[in-house]
Design a protein around this ligand. Sequence first.
Ligand code: FAD
Length: 324
Amino acid sequence: MNRTVAIIGAGVSGLTCGVVFAEHGYRTAIFAEETGQQTTSGAAAALWFPYDAEPAEKVIPLALQTFRVLVDLTRVPASGVSIIELRQFSRSQETQIPDWAIPLGAEPVIPSSPSVVSSEVETSLESLKSGFSLRVPLMDTTIYLDYLAARFRKTGGEINANVRFQQLEDVDQQFGLVINCAGIGARELVHDVDLEPHRGQVAIVPRIERLSCAIVCDDAPLMYAIPRRNDCVFGGTNDLSSDLAVDAATTERIIAECSHVLNIDKPNVLAERVGLRPFRKSGILLERDELRDGRSVIHNYGHGGSGFTLSWGCAREVVNLATL
Ligand SMILES: Cc1cc2nc3c(=O)[nH]c(=O)nc-3n(C[C@H](O)[C@H](O)[C@H](O)COP(=O)(O)OP(=O)(O)OC[C@H]3O[C@@H](n4cnc5c(N)ncnc54)[C@H](O)[C@@H]3O)c2cc1C
C-alpha cells in the first residue's frame, strides 16, 4: 500500500485529516492556496453544533464522534478548545430540543428566567420565545488552526502554501493517494455543481466581560454572540452568495441585533470576516474514487456550516477509506 498522501486544503478539514494521517504513520503533505486565517475555517465562530449540513443520518454520528475528540482536547490548553454553555433560542416558535442533544444533557431554558444569558447580563427577553441550553466545545479559531498545523508538523507533516491546482491529477506523482479537502474550492477543482456557497459574515468585538455563554437565535434574522478567550464573535448571516467582500450595512445590522438581544451598548468593531460555507445539496461528500491517472482520491468536503463539528469524525472515516 502506498503510504504517501497529498491533502488539498488547509482549512479545518485538511488540517484534521493531516493530523490523523501523519499520526497513523503516513508521509503526508498538505497543499493549499490559502492557509490559516485566510480560509473559510478562519472566519468561523466555531462552535460544535450540527448546522446547515446534510443528511442528518450521516451528519449526526460524525458530529458525535467529533464531539468526543474535542472534549478530550479541552485538556490541552494550547488547542484553544474549551467547553461553553450554548443557549439556543427561537423568536418565532417553540424550540424543540433535537433528539441527539438530549443524551448530551440539553435542557429547556425559559426566556423569562432572569439568568437567561448569565446572572449579570439580561437579554431583551420579549424577543425570545423559547430555547434550550447545552454544553458544547468551542474552538477559538485564532488558536485552534495553528494548534492543528503545529501538531501536524510535529509528526513530520509538511504544509505547502500558495499552491493552486486546476485539477487533482496535477498533484505530483510521488503521492499515491490524494485527499480532496478543498471546501467551496471543490466547485472549480472537481466541477461539483452540487456545492453552494452559503455566505456568512461576522463582526469581532471586544470581550463582553459579563457574557459567559454563547447565545444563538437561529430564526431570521440569524443572530449569535460567542465569547472567546480574547474577544467575542457577533453574527451572522447565511445567504446564497459568493461575495467575499465585507458589507458594511450587514455589520451594522449584526451589531444592532446582537446589542439589542444582549441589551448592551453597541461595542466597537475590531474586525469583520466573511466566509463561504461549503454546503452540498446532496450531502457531505466522503467517498473514495479514482483519478484519471489511476491514483485514488478520497473526497472530504461539503460540510456547510458544520466543518468544525464534523472534522474528526470525517478525518477518521477518510483514513478508514484509505485502508480499503
Ligand atoms: C461565518 C461562519 C461561521 C461558521 N461557524 C461554524 C461553527 O460555529 N461551527 C462549525 O462547525 N462550522 C462553522 N462554519 C462552517 C465552517 O467554517 C466550514 O464548514 C469549514 O470551514 C469548512 O472547512 P474546510 O476545511 O472544508 O474548507 P476551507 O476552510 O474553505 O478550506 C479549504 C482549503 O482548500 C484550499 N483550496 C481550495 N481550492 C483549492 C485549489 N484548487 N488548489 C489548492 N487549494 C485549494 C483553500 O485554499 C483552503 O486552504 C462557519 C462558517 C462561516 C462562514
